[in-house]
Write a protein that binds this ligand. Sequence first.
Ligand code: PLP
Length: 439
Amino acid sequence: CLVGSEMCIRDSTMTVDTITSSKQAIELEDKYGAHNYHPLPVVLAKGEGVHVWDVEGKKYYDFLSAYSAVNQGHCHPKIVGAMNSQAETLTLTSRAFYNDMLGKYEKFASELFGFDKLLPMNTGAEAVETALKLSRKWAYEVKGIAENEAQIIVCENNFHGRTTTIISFSNDPVARKNFGPYTDGFIKIEYDNLQALENALNSNKNIAAFLVEPIQGEAGVYVPSDGYLKAAKDLCVKHNVLFIADEVQTGIARTGRLLATCGDCSCVNKNCSGEPDVKADILILGKALSGGAYPVSAVLANDDIMNVIKPGNHGSTFGGNPIAASVAIAALEVVQEENLAENSYVLGEIFRSELSSFAKENDLVKSVRGKGLLNAILINDTEESSTAWDICMKLRDNGLLAKPTHGNIIRFAPPLVMNKEQLMDCISIIKKTISEFNN
Ligand code: PLP
């Protein structure tokens, strides 16, 4: 390439644009980025705790937390400190060599969540893929299913990520269409339907696992009936089928417990009541495992399952890197030190009680549902309507950022470091915005 010649695609003094307005940033993304998202038109430039600021300096409450990744609040100093100090020491070794952070992290997280071992990955979808592969290998090598015959039961309206295998068992046409051919080996049943699970288990001897979200987040924060998860786990035990909990969104204190399927983990929340303990055979974590600072995900299981994985079976260049390990330790310590499960439980009760009363006197809000600080309001309109989007635009104007999960459902998931005064302020913004919208 002759720099400066017409043949050269790149000038030698190529510079990066300076962003001076939200409009400019949106135009750049629109022109140069793939259109695989439809963001709310707000351009964020800074975050701290429960707040974010746009390019023009306007301050907002973040009521989405990057889909429950920023549970510990934006730029938590302990997490950022751990990340910076590790970044100055050692960033990546690959798993060709050992590093001095990974074992510490694996021990800490395994003991915290009550499992023998952890397999480190980066994104939620990768961790889900890992869990699927792990359960299939277990089915062939331990359960004794004939090769290539294993089936995994999944739920309708699931969301587990975006890989080709994962979308193969999605029933969202937008996520699936024209991405085939799809991966075989999945049986889809209705969520929160024990009879459907029992029928599926009875009708096929080749079931390796049941993959389930303890609350269906992307589908619109669907909370299953009390006792569903425990009864589903019992059915899995009866049929020698692995119970896989995808806690990428519900985990790390989001629902008012360390895990929504709180087993014998050392849960810090004294308010743990209601749903009985359910110990997953395979636990999938992501998002808030790093407090949103870095892509960190993990699969946890006991030795009888995890030991089917041998060198060369599975891996990732970045999985278990020293930055990820130190960030995850710090992020989990913050959850314990700041009692985030308990705070999420207490504030979640207030949130639902306030908005349920509001729903009784406001025609636009049909209901509120959720657990801890993972909640949604159902808007009195059709799924195809733009009402939830229009309300989110008004919420933005009034200083609170949330996003619809469907045309008539708005998810509310603030950072768990929120205090009661801030929550009451947010509740009053939500009530005021919806009341104005009604008129
Ligand atoms: N599983 C669940 C339950 C999720 O909510 C998500 C993301 O929203 C994923 C998996 C995928 O995670 P990621 O986007 O990090 O791949």
